[in-house]
Ligand binder design. Structure first.
Ligand code: A2P
Length: 303
């Protein structure tokens, strides 16, 4: 797919991006090389994935010119009070002068000296979330915006932001730049139509992570999706990805398998009635969130 969307900064973002939240370093390197060879021009990573060096090396080795690739990385919670330091580390690892998009990974500042940056739950059950009275994502974003003037991020945005959190961010006097994007979990089992509508009204592009339902890919076992896939003579994965594009979201499928990396770039033009059939899937059993970090119930999905 060569479909792209305009961001509110004037830049363009390719609709299908390659997700890199992978198990091993080697897989991260070889899958990004394969993705760029297959024609992807949009790579999504994050500091916490621990693969920015491999992603950067793959970009270099691919021979594809830097300016033809849209690269996203993200600030981790333990860096909320010093996000630009996190960006310096990311750029160094990626071997890049700038990223195209830099996101606040979660709206949750984590204690930089906490017991674990990844799963900040202490043995006594307490959490290393920094109290809101001390720091919040509005302050983080105020600092994140500086990256644009520094030329280190072409666009900035957020990830895992609910409508409530977006409203708080947009209303803050320190927010001078409307986030270019909000990257959230989106797939047929969690379509989040209200969030998509809110972002559309505010000129924020929505990016779908875990579009196949992540590990185990439960989305791909859905009978409606399978039926539609048969009608179009493509895989259920292609239908899930095409549905994301049909509803004008960026979609970030990930795979470490060469044949799937290639096929996930192919989208079919869904008829509106088929897009609507997929919209109905989550109405039967209610939305199903698959990605639930330990702090999420407290501060993230709080609408
Ligand atoms: P693999 O990496 O072995 O190809 P998500 O993008 O929602 O996070 O889902 C990623 C999961 O879906 C991975 O386990 C990946 O497995 C699997 N996957 C990726 N593409 C396809 C596909 N076209 N068909 C089936 N499973 C896929």
């Amino acid at each position: 797919s060569t479909v792209s969307y305009p961001l509110n900064t004037g830049a363009k973002i390719p609709a299908v991006g390659f997700g890199t939240f992978q198990a091993t370093d080697e897989e991260a390197y070889s899958s990004v090389v394969a993705a760029l060879k297959a024609g992807y021009r949009h790579i999504d990573t994050a500091w916490i994935y621990g693969n920015e060096s491999q992603v950067g090396q793959a970009i270099k080795d691919s021979g594809v010119p830097r300016e033809e690739i849209f690269v996203t990385t993200k600030v981790w919670g333990t860096f909320h009070q010093k996000p630009l330091e996190n960006l310096e580390i990311s750029l160094e690892k990626l071997g890049l002068e700038y990223v195209d998009l830099w996101l606040i990974h979660w709206p949750v500042p984590l204690n930089p000296n906490g017991n674990s940056p990844r799963m900040p739950t202490n043995p006594d059950g307490s959490r290393d979330v920094v109290p809101e009275s001390e720091w919040d994502f509005v302050k983080t974003y105020e600092l994140v915006q500086e990256a644009v003037a520094l030329g280190k991020a072409k666009s900035v945005g957020v990830s895992n932001f609910s409508i409530k959190n977006l409203k708080k961010l947009l209303a803050a006097p320190t927010t001078k730049i409307v986030p270019a994007a909000n990257q959230v979990e989106l797939h047929p089992l969690l379509p989040q139509p209200e969030l998509i509508e809110f972002c559309k009204q505010n000129n924020i592009v929505v990016e779908a992570y875990s579009p196949l339902g992540s590990t185990g890919s439960p989305v791909l076992k859905d009978e409606t999706l399978i039926a539609i896939a048969k009608e179009y003579e493509v895989s259920p994965a292609t239908i899930a990805i095409s549905w994301a594009v049909w509803r004008n979201t960026v979609v970030l499928p990930k795979s470490v398998t060469a044949s799937r990396i290639e096929s996930n770039l192919e989208i079919v033009q869904l008829k509106d009635e088929d897009g609507e059939r997929i919209n109905e899937i989550a109405k039967k059993n209610g939305p199903k969130r698959l990605i639930n970090p330990p702090w999420a119930p407290y501060v993230v999905f709080n609408d």
